[in-house]
Design a protein around this ligand. Sequence first.
Ligand SMILES: Nc1nc2c(ncn2[C@@H]2O[C@@H]3COP(=O)(O)O[C@H]4[C@@H](O)[C@H](n5cnc6c(=O)[nH]c(N)nc65)O[C@@H]4COP(=O)(O)O[C@H]3[C@H]2O)c(=O)[nH]1
Length: 710
Amino acid sequence: MTRAPSGEQSSFTLSEFFRREAESIFEVWEVDARKAADCASRLPSRELRNNLPELLKTMADHADEALSGQSIAKLSVNAARNHAQLRWRRGYSLKEVAREYGILRSAIVQTLSDRISELSEKELRFLFESLDGAIVESVGTYVAISNQERESEQERLQVTLRNISDGVICTDADGLTHYLNPAAERITGWSGEDAIGKPVGEVVAVLDEASGQPVESMSELTLRTRDQSAHRSDILLERKDGRQVPVEEAAAPLWDSGGEFLGVVVTIRDVSNVRALTAQLGYLATRDPLTGLPNRALLKDRLMQEVAHAERHGERLALMYLDLDLFKEVNDMLGHTAGDDLLVEVAERLKNCVRRSDTVCRVGGDEFILLLTEFGEMASLNELGSKVSDTLREPFELEGHTVEISTSVGISVFPDDGHDPDSLIRHADTAMYQAKALGRNNMQFFAPAMNRRARERRELQRELRKALAEKQLSLHFQPQVELATGKVLAAEVLLRWRHPRLGSVSPNRFIPVAEERRELMISIGDWVLEESCRQARAWLDAGYPPVRVSVNVSMVQLRGDSLVDHVADVLDRFRLPPNQLQLELTESVLMSDVAGAADRIRSLEKMGVRISVDDFGTGYSSLSYLKDLPVDELKIDQTFVHDLASDPDKAAIVNAIIRMGQSLNLRVIAEGVETSGLVDYLCANGCEYAQGFYFGKPVTAKRFEGRFLS
Ligand SMILES: Nc1nc2c(ncn2[C@@H]2O[C@@H]3COP(=O)(O)O[C@H]4[C@@H](O)[C@H](n5cnc6c(=O)[nH]c(N)nc65)O[C@@H]4COP(=O)(O)O[C@H]3[C@H]2O)c(=O)[nH]1
């Protein structure tokens, strides 16, 4: 191979070579360039080549121009600078950047090898000098950028270290402190001046939180093991002034790029605030905010411990579930502040009833549970139950009113009634329900039969919800008759439930169960009211003589706020004259003194709706409410009517009710009239209206029409 002498014109030019062979050069280049840098292997070709093709193009552009002159013009090196910048961002090392150019040089030479002799010496010099120049520019740019970036990184790091709330401490390889950020000074109580040069174990002196004993800090551990980072959170830091603060400490070893150990970096975080907050949250999560008593969650926790203890020592435990009778009435009547005051006072009284070792909890609106340990004989539970009831029956002074309440108490005992917190609580609750069902101020011990009944009740409630949705409910109508004329003046509406599996279920069974779930009873009651009015309208539209519908209303409905509005809405929707609707309220409902009930009854009466007192005579002896409430009718309970002929006492009661009705100007209607003898007796004694099987059993609307309206 002969090289063309200097100044000689070559047979092909360098610029032609670059233009024609650029692609071949890069194909050769790419193979090694991919191996030269870690991050290069996955780069797509265009990105890998980056702006090196631009560099070759610049060289081609410059080649002719540079070679025509006497001296070689300096190559523009912008392409090389750009290349270095992009490589820095991609994460190439300096070595990798320089290596790329080395590979480029050999790729050019390899592609040129056959014809290298055809290039002039000047061209070859231009080629190598240009490539050298590009390498120098590229490396120079890379170094400049990395220095610049490193500086600003240092600055950023300094600002961060000065401002973060975590303490950062650095040591040298011997564990002597050589840096503390301001937070570390604050947390440890050591100033940088005092701490620098001290062993880090002295600056970060830690104690085991549980035992209070000094323990090896994470910084010392990392200095000793030089292992990966370590972290610990159950420690106290002993500050320079001796004060102890809960901290979290983390430490990591520092190595230089040559693999030499430089020391450790320690971070410490003061967690006193977090601890205080956690403790506060823990308290709130386990306490009833109003009374400060343990709540259900804490009760369960304590119960779990007490059950385990009682199990080990063969002891018994008791749960007393208390529900305040008439709490809702106090709330409604006197307002929530009075209700709250009542609960706080109840909590105080309960605490005074039991020993310090017992736990008093509030587990719901007006529900409390006493967890009793070491109560000795079962009889003492009885005594305690009575003591609790008596204490809570003492009058309360609330917002200037004297209020008296009573309590229903249910008791379950470990191990007889359950072995775990849930079943003990559930059984005490069941017993309490049973006590409530027996009337106010009652106490019941749990019995397995109650459990079955409670399950049945829940099952029935579920079925009832479905019954409403699946249209299993229907209405029957029973005539109410004017005795003198035999005319049917009204129809009592009686709810019927035909269950697909249970068959026909008596309202005597399902209404009390529905009443235990307020929203369920209200839904059912609303439905009955609406269907009754729809029927009354249909009869009017069909041209039958007006017949009043008499609808039973539960205490639960009367307690709710929606009854009056619902009645008004239904009357309006069916364009029913209000006096065509009568509501039957039991005597106990009227007597229960439900807050707001009297007002609601007055509103209904003002609307023109008639009010009848159902089951009259079975309730309370005080009849003063009859003077105060706008009642239209008394319904003598059928238990008096049935035995009228044979039982002189009942006959006396019936006569008394009839006379009272006359003197108060109220209609009196006898229920449960089954025989003509009874009809005669009632007529003879001045009772004007009657209802019963003698006149007709409750029947469907269709049958009622056919038998009584046509
Ligand atoms: N032995 C005998 N019984 C007679 C005679 N005449 C009527 N009865 C029955 O006595 C009950 C009268 O209704 P109640 O006292 O309001 O007693 C009702 C009422 O308290 C309640 N109830 C029925 N429907 C509803 C309703 O829609 N809402 C509410 N809240 N309660 C309802 O269920 C109770 C029972 O209803 P029913 O089983 O339909 O029983 C009805 C009726 O079928 C008779 O001559 N002899």
